[in-house]
Design a protein around this ligand. Structure first.
Ligand code: FAD
Length: 374
């Protein structure tokens, strides 16, 4: 029987995992602006210890064993013809591409700050970006982090751990940071930030300068719409959660009022047979949480089920966020549950069991070793 063709649009965290899961069951083509996985996870580790981060989160596609049978095309998607079941894109040199599909998985994620941008980049450009952000923050004597979500909190904590001499202040609008997490989670992290000497400033809502999307490290004083005097530092990191869905290439009828892709509980785009969406781009629930809750497994199952005429499974989102907040630390990896409880995996187990066993083999089904990239 002719193998069905699946196109994965966007090979980020969830697109790579979905491609891996479908690689043995269909003819899979992945289209992405980057030549590898450049994960959206663990901003704090990325900024403060980029070589450690790159080992786990910047992985060229040819190092994934299970992507061997997947055709990857480096191009920016520019459109889709739903009737003709074809996606269109453009390569770096301007050459147009058109790829037909029997099933399309939309996983183009979101744009956020300077660290998640859907730009066509070579490996050298990705590495130069990683180094430049690190160097800029390393050279700053003081840093303001603006924002109360996980990117802000993890950046403040990781910078304070890496550079104990640096003055680091975290400003957030609410009474507490991490509002999407259980209050217990914040209490624990708050204690840790205080121990690290991070200045905590609740009740500060920053005025975002006109025309500025928080997409670069700035140095101007930060003004507050909540009335406090402006704050100054040598570097200001904006992690204000201004995410924008990467859906400019899709017809508006597929999108909700905020530009995210509308989906049924089965992660199908309503009214479009064979079209699915998963990850940060998919309007599954208010937290758009399918990436971290095995959305890749569900969407891969449902693509195959639809081909075979079997019943599709539904997605159930947890009410609160969970997961690792600070990334791998010298004392191990702490994982926070939706209940706010946390457990810590000791460093030896992370290094010898979790990363090589569970992540590189269990999740990614094998990643070839390579020289450190940066
Ligand atoms: C296994 C796992 C564990 C996780 N654990 C945690 C956790 O502990 N804590 C936590 O906070 N979060 C966690 N997350 C979630 C994470 O924070 C984000 O939700 C995740 O990075 C989103 O993945 P994505 O694939 O939707 O988007 P992205 O990783 O951003 O991927 C989208 C890709 O599409 C590309 N793209 C965009 N537009 C185009 C275009 N027009 N043409 C071509 N390519 C394009 C982008 O450049 C990018 O490469 C986890 C996610 C996973 C998968």
């Amino acid at each position: 029987m002719k193998r069905r063709r699946v196109v994965i649009a966007g090979l980020g965290d969830v697109g790579v995992l979905t491609a891996i899961r479908l690689s043995r069951h269909a003819e899979v083509t992945g289209i992405s602006v980057k030549p590898g996985l450049v994960s959206g996870q663990e901003l704090g580790v990325r900024l403060s210890r980029p070589a450690d981060w790159a080992r786990d989160y910047w992985i060229p596609f040819d190092r994934f064993r299970r992507l061997e049978s997947v055709r990857t095309i480096q191009a920016a998607l520019t459109g889709v013809d739903l009737a003709a079941r074809t996606v269109a894109g453009r390569r770096e040199d301007g050459t147009p591409i058109a790829v037909e599909y029997d099933a399309l998985v939309i996983s183009t994620g979101v744009t956020n700050g300077f660290w998640r941008r859907p730009t066509l980049q070579s490996a050298a450009e990705i590495e130069a970006d990683l180094r430049a952000a690190h160097a800029r923050l390393a050279a700053a004597g003081s840093v303001i982090v603006v924002g109360g979500g996980v990117a802000a909190v993890s950046s403040a904590a990781n910078m304070a751990t890496t550079w104990p001499g640096k003055r680091i202040d975290l400003y957030f609008p609410g009474e507490r940071a991490l509002p999407a997490y259980h209050p217990r989670t914040w209490r624990r992290i708050q204690g840790r930030l205080t121990d690290l000497g991070v200045g905590l400033h609740p009740g500060h809502r920053a005025e975002v300068p006109d025309g500025f999307a928080g997409d670069e490290i700035s140095a101007e004083p930060v003004r507050w719409s909540t009335g406090q005097p402006p704050a100054c530092a040598a570097a200001v990191l904006w992690a204000i959660g201004r995410v924008r869905p990467n859906t400019g290439w899709l017809p508006p009828e597929l999108l909700d009022a905020y530009g995210f892709v509308r989906v049924t509980p089965e992660l199908r785009v309503p009214g479009q047979r064979g079209v699915f969406a998963v990850g940060d781009v998919a309007a599954t629930d208010p937290l758009r949480s399918s990436a971290r809750n095995r959305g890749d497994a569900l969407v891969a199952h449902n693509v195959r089920a639809e081909f075979a005429g079997r019943r599709l499974r539904g997605y159930r989102a947890p009410g609160r966020r969970w997961g690792s907040l600070l990334g791998i630390q010298p004392d191990g990896l702490e994982v926070f549950l939706p209940s706010g409880q946390a457990f810590r995996l000791p460093p030896w187990s992370v290094e010898r069991v979790v990363m090589p066993g569970f992540v590189r083999w269990g999740m990614y089904r094998g990643i070839r070793a390579n020289d450190p990239l940066i």
